[in-house]
Ligand binder design. Sequence first.
Ligand SMILES: Cc1cc2nc3c(=O)[nH]c(=O)nc-3n(C[C@H](O)[C@H](O)[C@H](O)COP(=O)(O)OP(=O)(O)OC[C@H]3O[C@@H](n4cnc5c(N)ncnc54)[C@H](O)[C@@H]3O)c2cc1C
Ligand code: SF4
Length: 559
Amino acid sequence: MKDFDFEVLVVGSGAGGSMAAYELTKAGHKVLMLEAGRDYDPKTETPMFKRNGEAPLMGAGTIDKDFGYYDATVDGGWNVPNEPYTAADGSEFLWWRARMLGGRTNHWGRYSLRFSEHDFKGKSRDGLGADWPFDYEDIAPWYDKTEALVGVCGTNTGLDDMPPSSDGILQPPPKPRITELLIAAAAKKLGIPLAPMHRAVLTRPLDNRAACFYATPCGHGCSIGAAFQTTTSLIPMAKATGNLQVITDAMVKSVDTDENGKVTGVSYVDKKTSTVHQLKAKVVILAASACESARLLLNSKSARFPQGLANSSGQVGKNLMDSTGANIGALVPALQGRPIYNEDGHTANHLFIPWWGHKAQERKELDFPRGYHFEIGGRFSEPNSGIAGYVQGYGPDLKRQVKQNYGAYIGFALRGEMVPNEHCYMDIDPEVKDKWGIPVARFHWKWSEHELNQVAHGLKTAKAIFAEMGADVGELPTPEQAILKGGEIIHEVGTTRMGASPKDSVTNQWGQSWDCPNLFVMDGGVFASNPHKNCTLTIMTLAMRNSSWLSAQLKQGAI
Ligand SMILES: Cc1cc2nc3c(=O)[nH]c(=O)nc-3n(C[C@H](O)[C@H](O)[C@H](O)COP(=O)(O)OP(=O)(O)OC[C@H]3O[C@@H](n4cnc5c(N)ncnc54)[C@H](O)[C@@H]3O)c2cc1C
Ligand code: SF4
């Protein structure tokens, strides 16, 4: 990088880092991006047209390919070789990482729901957790800009849990499937709405990206750019400005400071040679994902910052949140044996069940404070190793039963808001180090009664909707049995939270650390709460807004 005179160093090339790099390079700033994973080009590497039938074990997940043989994640998963993490006694936490250019955007569900005013001000309403240091109105224009750039399909619904986008921003959603219409009819009888899911998938061409042709599994990655991933959109767009350079296989180990506490740059390990390098920059942006950025800060100790960098509040690593998750499903007799046809559309749900219970919560009729939604699955999807379900038998009769049941099973996936609690946080393991000698993250975890009561409500609601469809989910598990592990929904946020005061938060509303003005965090670590809506649209929206603010500061000479 000798002849590239960069101003800003961005750590991480996922949702937050790439959006920051895009916004800053567009504004004329030279940016150097460091990515711990390998280079990756979806246009040439995506196994887009591969079918499960061609894969070992019918494409079933394995220990090194958690989400199936053709999953887009070429390096990473629940376990990353050479990069362990630990859990404290009595805690279970799963940490999903992608070590590749584009991070987890190469394979995310792409569900993209806006947070609402309600979501930003939970504490003012019920006294739990923390409020965000701005209002919905402040961020609404940035949601518009992000949705337009990223390409989100969906509609404005008028539902109080789904704030509208400005006219002309959303791309049209695909039409609902038969299964989804059946659920909508059943749920309506219980006063529960269904709505088009908002998803970062193009249904109309945008820039040099093609529209979805509704035929291949999005989890393989999308070489035509229809499904949003930074490797086919933001990174090439930022590179086209001439202002971005990227170094891959660069594992940042610490953020460096001078004797006055000012950030000077970072130190990283070149994973190919195992050599350590130092880079100087005017501004450092951490977007390595919430827990990696917190790990970096906690590992960046100095005489001036003995508890880790940017940690004078003691909040780095605290307030760790994931979404709640639980799965429930059943065979729906009305869907058995129907004619098999091509169910057009992108591969995730076209309709979902948004949270409908705000009013009941205001009236204190529910025993949990924050909402949830259901993502739903049920269609003629590509047959995989689970195609036969729980069918018993042998020979032609077994085959007949499998055909009869194909496309008749519906699954609901609950995703709910978690309230931060003192038992859920991460720190640095005192013993364990990764391959490069960097101390690893240690997780502490315990769900509270807020989450357990919420999951109990979700299970009962799902059972009631299934019963309306004539389907029996059987005996319900307890919420303790049903709730998925911490981290398992892969929406971990909150470890470097933003706030209105340096006393109880790590950054201000711009992601700027209170302690070091030229250090920013632009991933989910800055979330003050974790609404049930999937986090990544908001990560990108904040990264765009905050990079625009940073650019203005740089141009004014304020930083
Ligand atoms: C299967 C799956 C489904 C999901 N579905 C959804 C969904 O539907 N909707 C939704 O909103 N979210 C979803 N998510 C979550 C979403 O992917 C993440 O919220 C989002 O990618 C986080 O963005 P990020 O930029 O913080 O981190 P990432 O996208 O993880 O990117 C961080 C990057 O930083 C790099 N990095 C880490 N440490 C270092 C270091 N020390 N030095 C240099 N580089 C480093 C990593 O290698 C990585 O490339 C899903 C995730 C998965 C895996
Ligand atoms: S279904 Fe559409 S968005 Fe998904 S991978 Fe195929 S073309 Fe891309």
